[in-house]
Design a protein. Sequence first.
Length: 253
Amino acid sequence: MSEIDLLIDGYWRWLRDNSAIRQINDWTEITTPYLDRHNDYVQIYARREGKSYVLSDGGDTLTDLEQSGCSIDSPKRQTILNSILNGFGVEKAANDLLVHATPDNFAVRKHSLVQAILAVHDMFYLASPTLEALFFEDVAAWLDISEIRFTPRVKFSGKSGFDHMFDFVIPKSKSASERIIRAINNPNRPTALQLITAWEDTRDSRPENSQAYAFLNDAERIVGGSVTGALTNYGITPIEWSAREQYRERLAA
């Protein structure tokens, strides 16, 4: 096995070994090793329904956002929420986020629900009144102004069989290869790890010389060197938002 294969193998082993299961009446509580913005482990719940399963967050994600002062009642935030959920194939029933699964796709659907929960948690950072727009929209607007062509919200399947969402794809040109971009509103170790995992899982399925970039929002906080260093070590180019103009020509090529 190659070094990358071993690293990915280690990731899935870490995911399996650090998950815990507990029975609560007719629901099974699954505690994952993923951390939310409170540094608490993300928990989901599974229940068999006939020959299939329903998996839910128990309403915790949206309830937590609302209790933390991030109301999702505005049309803009509803649009953002629906875009996230649709991208991962997750439904919203009242305050619950849920997916339906069969025995064959249980792992993939579980992965989609957890990734959606983490993405929705990141909406908390929209609650700050100093932010005039979602970071995703800021990046999209800058790409437009810079006349950089792109396709937004693109989902790729990795060799694991899991889907990963990327915010923008700049197609290949005569002078440059394909560039895949994720806009990270809250750059930290977990969000960097999510991107590294997604990129390592999908890069072999992309065209040769495809490149990955990460726009990092440094408007309100300094981006740690551990974050940029980790991304660089895995071949992902970190772009701090305050330094974006330095990359205009490279991305426009």
